[in-house]
Design a protein around this ligand. Sequence first.
Ligand code: TUI
Length: 321
Amino acid sequence: MEMALGRELCEMLGIEYPIFQGGMAWVATAPLVAAVSEAGGLGIIGSGGFPAEWVRDQIRRVRELTQKPFGVNVMLLSPHAEDIMRLLEVERVPVVTTGAGNPGKYIDKLKRGGTKIFPVVSSSALARRLERLGVDGIIAEGMESGGHIGEVTTMVLVPQVVDAVRIPVIAAGGIADGRGVAAAFALGASGVQVGTRFVVAKECEAHPAYKRMIIDAGDRDTVVTGLSTGHPVRVLRNRFAREFLEKERLGTSKEELARLGEGKLAAAVLQGDVEGGSVMAGQCAGLVKREQPAAEIIKELFEGAQAVFAGIKHSERGEGK
Ligand code: TUI
């Protein structure tokens, strides 16, 4: 029997698979977003630190490529967050996700335009507060994720958030194959959000050297920078990460560390500077084996999870059991 994994979430959003593509800054641009949505998942534009005009252009490009629902992620530490939220109200974007803060003050206006809002949280306390303010679902993101992270693992965070709220919970952090998707559902999630695996999608415009570094990574190849400044960020180990961690160890000021990080994600994603740049990726980089079309990734994630629940145990070694 096939499991109806995530049906409720799919019906709420008008999508075919309960799979969100993480709204990764610089990486999640129109071609990837449209490919994921066209394949039946939810593509999400990463608005990162970009101005509202850039986001408007990306929305236009996604709408040229697909009629299907898509989302925009708003990074709340961005100085442009307020302008972007105003734009998203006007554009009546189907789904908004938020990261790195509390989106409380934007919820009412977005909802009035029919936008569904799914904040990313790293604690059950914030999940509970945001449910009371009327959000449509919660993305519970564990510290296995790439980029800016919280302190609790996905395994431990997801069931606690599921118990704390009645709205759908999307699990994020560490999910890169069907086994991870099945695990998320086993923890009570209604869907998953996947970032790192979609960086290596064929349609993703990230530099080939960035993709190569994810594909070549093993289970111990990420580190967390910024623990001393209160802005922990998970990246792949390289010269940039080593130098940053060494500066932290020496007690370098927050301001200097912030300067050291400026422009480093763009350098890695656009120019392929994977030694001097910030190669953000989750711990599941070790599970990512090859570049594939987004549609194929979505199928493998979903059908892999169905196989787990059907009792066909899946190792990636290929012998079936
Ligand atoms: O936002 C992310 N991941 C990101 S944002 C980003 S851009 C950046 N670049 C350099 C330095 C810092 C950021 C790269 N990756 N994930 C979602 C996420 N949100 N993870 C954790 C949180 C979070 C943390 C605290 C959400 C809410 C929160 O609430 C604090 C509060 O105000 O209560």
